[in-house]
Ligand binder design. Structure first.
Ligand SMILES: NC(=O)c1ccc[n+]([C@@H]2O[C@H](COP(=O)([O-])OP(=O)(O)OC[C@H]3O[C@@H](n4cnc5c(N)ncnc54)[C@H](O)[C@@H]3O)[C@@H](O)[C@H]2O)c1
Ligand SMILES: O=C(O)C(=O)C[C@@H](O)[C@H](O)[C@H](O)COP(=O)(O)O
Ligand SMILES: [Zn+2]
Length: 361
């Protein structure tokens, strides 16, 4: 097992990474405020892992209640969030009850938002079971639900007390989901970690083959990058926005097509190519560097162009982005591979040209 810390002072917490951690309740027991938890999962992950976790905790005297949500990004909404509140209230969960998210980023984001708001905040633990959630969404405290007009528009910053990434759970992850997670993995290389990007170019096939050592190493490297960024800028006043590379374009794709049509990672991949192409148009990247980005994403089995929505539709949706300031769009672009930058330099014509150049015609 490898352990990293997210250095947030009194609210610092560990991220444990390793195979079989789900069967080690001691990691959780020491972090509970009271011997009571509410596990939030979904109808795909629940049948795979809920009884194991529940059994391990109950065997140690913990009262366990659970709520099983319908699976999918389309359910990351108010109605489904309310199912969590119904369950917490129905079981008379108290302020000391710990909410545990068991699942991918959708479950994590919703359980986290519920934990942030139930009785004005209860303790929260993340047990991520997708690659994307193990490298990104379980760390850093962004929680949210979607709105028809925009992704993650209603939410809160609310840190977990513990993250447990059992890499053995990735054995059951569908291939399309594994690839979607690789979009966020590649993101860290692009925004701040050139040696990692080089490593990914050499090892992407091992990751696709689920080589346990390669996966564990990549997850740890991503978590280390994310933990550093979050510790430096918890609420995204500056550097944290770099974690949004490809997301302003990607969120527009997810919203336009209907949540769940393209996976989050797939939309981020296409958006990352758009960001790289825009960076080239601004004179920051060479064509060969854009090609390097495109090639790695393609090798990871990810889309490298977006749907042909028309640049106007993209721009309209992108205007809802949370990084907009005084009506001005700010985008994460690349000054180099391994050097992301948040920039308002590009005008609408530049952005539209990059979108059109990277959309399927
Ligand atoms: N909070 C953040 O910082 C952050 C970061 C990145 C993404 N996100 C959000 O995360 C979501 C995407 O997360 P995701 O890619 O994990 O999607 P997801 O949660 O929908 O999980 C993907 C699919 O895999 C299934 N699944 C999960 N674990 C499994 C396992 N071990 N075996 C078999 N199937 C399993 C899920 O039920 C689902 O069908 C998006 O809503 C995105 O906005 C949040
Ligand atoms: O943790 C962050 O900060 C991120 O931006 C990580 C992203 O991968 C994630 O998709 C996040 O939810 C996007 O944030 P948003 O603020 O644009 O909704
Ligand atoms: Zn993301």
């Amino acid at each position: 097992m490898h352990t990293l810390d997210v250095a947030l002072g009194e609210r610092a917490y560990p991220i444990h990474i390793g195979r079989g951690l789900l069967d080690d309740p001691a990691l959780i027991l020491g972090r509970l405020q009271a011997p009571r938890v509410a596990i939030v999962t979904n109808d795909r992950v629940g049948p795979l892992y809920l009884s194991r976790l529940q059994g391990a905790l109950e065997g140690n005297g913990v009262r366990v209640d659970s709520v099983v949500l319908p699976d999918g990004e389309a359910y990351k909404d108010w109605q489904t969030l309310n199912l969590i509140f119904d369950a917490l209230l129905g079981a008379r969960c108290e302020r000391s009850t710990t909410v545990i998210a068991l699942g991918g980023g959708v479950v994590g984001d919703m359980a986290g938002f519920a934990a942030a708001t139930y009785q004005r905040g209860v303790p929260f633990i993340q047990i991520p079971t997708t690659l994307l959630a193990q490298v990104d969404s379980s760390v850093g405290g962004k929680t949210a639900i979607n709105h028809p007009l925009g992704k993650n528009m209603i939410g809160a910053f609310y840190q977990p007390r513990l993250v447990i990434a059992d890499t053995a759970t990735l054995d059951t992850l569908p291939e399309r989901e594994l690839k979607a997670g690789l979009a966020e993995v590649i993101k860290y290389g692009l925004i701040r970690d050139l040696p990692f990007f080089d490593w990914l170019e050499a090892n992407i096939d091992s990751l696709l083959e689920r080589d346990p050592a390669a996966l564990a190493w990549a997850i740890e490297r991503c978590c280390r990058n994310k933990a550093e960024v979050v510790a430096a800028d918890e609420t995204e006043k500056g550097e944290r926005a770099l974690l949004n590379l490809g997301h302003t374009f990607g969120h527009a794709i997810e919203t336009a097509l209907g949540y769940g049509t393209w996976l989050h990672g797939e939309a981020v991949a296409a958006g990352t190519v758009m960001a790289a192409e825009l960076s080239r148009r601004l004179g920051w990247l060479h064509g060969a560097q854009v090609e390097r980005v495109r090639t790695l994403l393609r090798r990871a089995g990810l889309p490298v162009s977006g749907p042909a929505l028309g640049a106007e539709r993209y721009l309209d949706l992108m205007a809802h982005d949370k990084k907009v300031e005084a009506g001005q769009l700010r985008l994460v672009l690349l000054k180099d591979i391994g050097a992301g930058v948040v920039s308002a330099t590009a005008d609408s014509a530049d952005i539209a040209a990059a979108i059109e150049a990277c959309s399927v015609r």
